[in-house]
Design a protein. Sequence first.
Length: 124
Amino acid sequence: PMAAASISSQMGIIASPVSVAVVSLTALLLNANHKLAGFDGYINLLQITIPSTLFGVLCIGIFSWFRGKDLDKDEVFQEKLKDPEFKKYVYGDSKTLLGVKLPKSNWVAMWIFLGAIALVALLG
């Protein structure tokens, strides 16, 4: 699961419409000495990267799902959990954001971010 999370975060950079990596690669490909057949720019790049990264993330997720033992059935992990310091390190404290009302500024920031993504995706 840790490897899948790491790979997924990198795939997010590659497939995000507002990523500097995507915009830079588009500019590089458009200004190359040899043009790619059928490559017209930003939308063509996203038509390739979004489905391919989604497929890759789903594959690594399915692979990770069936890999190894569940922790509640892993004897070695359960033995280590008997040490209070290890248990605190793994589980931390019991704070949660469930039921916490977020300030309006958090919601405004989220909508600005999503709006920027939509704007960049639409305008290319």
